[in-house]
Design a binder for this molecule. Structure first.
Ligand SMILES: Cc1cc2nc3c(=O)[nH]c(=O)nc-3n(C[C@H](O)[C@H](O)[C@H](O)COP(=O)(O)OP(=O)(O)OC[C@H]3O[C@@H](n4cnc5c(N)ncnc54)[C@H](O)[C@@H]3O)c2cc1C
Ligand SMILES: C[S@@+](CC[C@H](N)C(=O)[O-])C[C@H]1O[C@@H](n2cnc3c(N)ncnc32)[C@H](O)[C@@H]1O
Length: 649
């Protein structure tokens, strides 16, 4: 059952009589009146013996309760920059229920000039107040901030990470007891790696007791400013907590074979390269983007549902992460055709329109993400009289996937070796190494990890218990000048994209059990009907027999969610009914080193970047960019469990 979504209520800057940032809602200050940065350094860095404790680590992960102004994050980032023995990668994961809006944050940051250059970067990357995890990369990916906009009690059990240090920075326990409960401390213990430390400014008895009950050994240390003491604690439980994070996988080499050079494969390559992996990319065609991802243009916008379903949450995360990745590609000098021109999703009838309006109202999402437009406004924006209203996604738009893929692969160089025109016929593993074999049995490439990003053909290479549907889709290209396209993407009955250079693209058909790779006149006629519904009066002068277009095949799973993650060992699972009797996929046997990123259906653009980051995080044992229930929802092993529940083999 989906949970009832709780809108994020942002905080507004306020100050107490002494000028310290203050929360009227909680009746407490955001930091010590003596100095925010001073408290950050003394209590949170010092209390966790940082920076010395992270010296020369490959990855160091900090978890914080209460992001507030982000002063602890900024002080930690600053210390990381200044330390010659800094870890290769710093992960900072923080939970915040009432984030400031960007403007409020900037106004508050202006009071701490010592952080100015870093604070400016944080403000530029600052997400909209939307529930869920928001991942931001700084320092060319070496510093990653993952913000969970949620209540700690709700989200801690959903995080997947192993923290080396924990900053406990909720408002004072007597003002904000919900952040210091034994249940919260227990949830933190599940996320603490062996030997983890924690620190907080408070010495409240209840906090000490809750920490001790969760397996932390607290000690009093000199406090900051006018506070006599603070607490520091080391995680030293009598027995490991249940459901603790598994240890990070170990690989004999950071080299992966990626099969398939479409959107899924290119995004995996880019993310793995960003994590320092070498890549062998194998593609059966002479060039990338030769199958589904070869469409002339694709649109991106998230779905919205009143219950904020798994699909809505997953796609929201993917949408926001993809946009950030594409902007970073551009900032890095890569060029590809795309536009955040906005997407208008037009309701097909009054019932759908009411559903849209109700959802937007219930979710309380900010207008910068989605807004409901009544008919008059929806019509005015697309220059006609409209019968129904719709949803407006100002950050959505269109992309030319072929160019995006080229940009992603360029970014993955020089660690990428491309093997064009080679079909992976089989995979074999000798010990810790996988080999991708051609039809004649000769190896194409070898590596410790394989990521299958080859859409339908993944099932042939590694049977994983899922029946993938192949759904044909035809797009129609409208020559420049043939219609007057609105300056936005129109979605609903179909899709109309005002792609660059004056041409527009309209689509698309959804044809089951149809393997015809050639565009058909009937397909163009169907697309013109869609065009007429989206932009009445546009299709009449167009002759379907004279139009050009493209055909692709979507790879669709039974639950419409992608398959991203470690592939199950279906044979071993069948031989071990106990493993398949549980509720969770985590207990299922896996094929060590084999991962999948496929089943992207009609959402390759919104899911691919996040899929790549999810796989890279799993391979590195780094915090996952998604809550656990979302990672489970895309787990390639889920269908094995479902089949077992229905009594199948
Ligand atoms: C008509 C149409 C319209 C669409 N519109 C949109 C849209 O607006 N927005 C959106 O987000 N998505 C859209 N999609 C969906 C999107 O195209 C897909 O989700 C996406 O392209 C899937 O990417 P992929 O990398 O998984 O698959 P593909 O692009 O098919 O890539 C798989 C690659 O693997 C290679 N391969 C397969 N087997 C092997 C092997 N054994 N050895 C070597 N190489 C192999 C293939 O040659 C191929 O290049 C649309 C799809 C269609 C058909
Ligand atoms: C003391 S401030 C944090 C200061 C912050 N660490 C900094 O460096 O600027 C406490 C924060 O906890 C947040 N908070 C309060 N209750 C919460 C809850 N239940 N879940 C998550 N965050 C909460 C508040 O909104 C506030 O921003």
């Amino acid at each position: 059952m989906a949970e009832t979504p709780i809108p994020i209520v942002p905080a507004a800057p306020a100050f107490d009589a002494a000028g310290t940032p203050f929360s009227p809602a909680y009746g407490d200050v955001y930091h010590s009146a003596d100095s925010g940065p001073g408290q950050a350094k003394h209590v949170f860095l010092g209390g966790n013996d940082l920076p010395s404790r992270w010296a020369r680590a490959r990855v160091f992960t900090i978890l914080e309760t209460g992001f507030g102004l982000g002063l602890n994050f900024l002080a930690t980032w600053q210390a990381w920059r200044a330390d010659p023995a800094r870890p290769e990668r710093l992960h900072f994961v923080s939970v915040e229920k009432h984030p400031f809006a960007r403007e409020g944050l900037a106004a508050l940051h202006a009071r701490y000039p010592e952080f100015a250059p870093l604070a400016a970067q944080l403000q530029a990357a600052w997400p909209l107040p939307l529930p869920g995890l928001h991942r931001m990369h700084f320092e060319a990916g070496r510093v990653t901030l993952t913000l969970a906009f949620a209540d700690v009690a709700d989200v801690l059990p959903k995080l997947r990470l192993a923290a080396d240090a924990i900053y406990l920075d909720g408002f004072a326990p007597d003002r904000n007891p919900g952040m210091w409960t034994p249940a919260v401390m227990k949830a933190l213990a599940r996320l603490a790696c062996p030997g983890a430390t924690t620190a907080t400014y408070t010495t409240a008895r209840a906090v000490r007791d809750a920490l001790a009950a969760a397996g932390f050994v607290p000690e009093l240390r000199p406090g900051f400013g006018r506070k006599r003491h603070m607490l520091a604690a080391r995680f030293s439980p009598l027995r490991p907590p249940r459901h603790a994070s598994p240890p990070a996988p170990r690989w004999s080499e950071r080299r992966a074979i990626v099969v398939g050079a479409g959107l899924a494969g290119a995004a995996v390559c880019e993310r793995l390269a960003a994590h320092g992996w070498a890549i062998e990319l194998v593609e059966r065609h002479a060039a990338p983007a030769a199958e589904a991802s070869g469409m002339p243009a694709g649109s991106f916008h998230p779905p919205v549902s009143r219950d904020d379903s798994i699909l809505s949450r997953l796609t929201r995360s993917g949408f926001l992460y993809a946009i950030d990745c594409w902007r970073a590609l551009e900032t890095g000098g890569r060029r590809f055709a795309w536009a955040q021109c906005g997407v208008m999703q037009i309701a097909r009838d009054a019932r759908e329109e009411k559903r849209m309006a109700d959802s937007v109202r219930a979710l309380g999402n900010p207008a910068g993400y989605v807004d409901y437009l009544p008919p008059a406004e929806a019509g005015r924006r697309r220059g006609l009289a409209a019968r129904t209203g719709g949803l407006w996604f100002p950050a959505g738009g269109w992309v030319r996937p072929v160019e995006l893929i080229a940009a992603l692969l360029d970014d993955a160089r020089p660690g990428l070796t491309f093997h064009p025109g080679r079909t992976v016929n089989a995979l074999e593993c000798d010990g810790n190494r996988w080999r991708a074999l051609a039809a004649d049995g000769t190896p194409i490439a070898a590596a410790s990890v394989v990521v299958l990003a080859n859409s339908h053909d993944a099932t042939r290479l590694v049977p994983h218990g899922v029946e993938l549907k192949c759904v044909r889709g035809q797009l129609t290209c409208l020559p420049p000048g043939s219609i007057n396209p609105p300056g936005m993407v129109l979605a609903g009955a179909g899709l109309l994209m005002p792609a660059a250079d004056g041409a527009a693209v309209v689509g698309s058909t959804y044809d089951f059990e149809d393997e015809d790779p050639e565009p058909r006149v009937s397909g163009h006629a169907g697309n013109l009907e869609r065009l007429e519904l989206l932009l009445p009066g546009s299709a009449a002068r167009l002759d379907p027999a004279r139009l050009a277009g493209t055909v692709g095949f979507r790879c669709v799973t039974p639950d419409r969610l992608p398959l991203i993650g470690s592939l199950p060992d279906a044979g071993a699972a069948r031989a071990n009914p106990a493993a398949r009797s549980g509720k969770w996929t985590q207990g299922l046997p896996r094929l060590n080193g084999l991962y999948g990123a496929f089943g992207y259906a009609s959402r390759g653009l919104t899911w691919a970047a996040l899929g790549g980051e999810l796989i890279a995080s799993m391979l590195e044992g780094e915090p996952l960019p998604l809550e656990g229930d979302l990672a489970d929802a895309v787990d390639p092993a889920r269908f094995l469990l479902r089949r077992a529940r229905r009594g199948g083999s």
